[in-house]
Design a protein. Sequence first.
Length: 95
Amino acid sequence: MLKKRNISVYSDFKTGFFCKFFLLLGTILLIFYIIQWAIPLTIINEDVSGIILAFSILLLGAGIIAYFFNYQFAKLAEIADEIERGDESENLEKK
C-alpha cells in the first residue's frame, strides 16, 4: 500500500543544487573544449572533442532548465507566503 506524501510548497526538489552543478560542469567542459580548440595541448580525436562540446551544450541547457524550475518554485513559495499572510489578516479582521 502506498503512503500519501505531503510535499511542502517550500520544497524545491534540490533544483538550486542541480542548477549550479549542471552549469558548473557544462562551463568546465566548455572551457576545456575552447582550450583544446585554441591550443591543442593533448592529442584528442576530433570525435571526442565533438562529444565534449555536445555534453557541454546539454549540461548548460539542463542547468538553464533547472534554474527556471528553481525560480518557479521560489515564486510559488512567495505566493504561498502571501496567501498565508492574507488569511491571517482576514482572521484578525473578523475577530
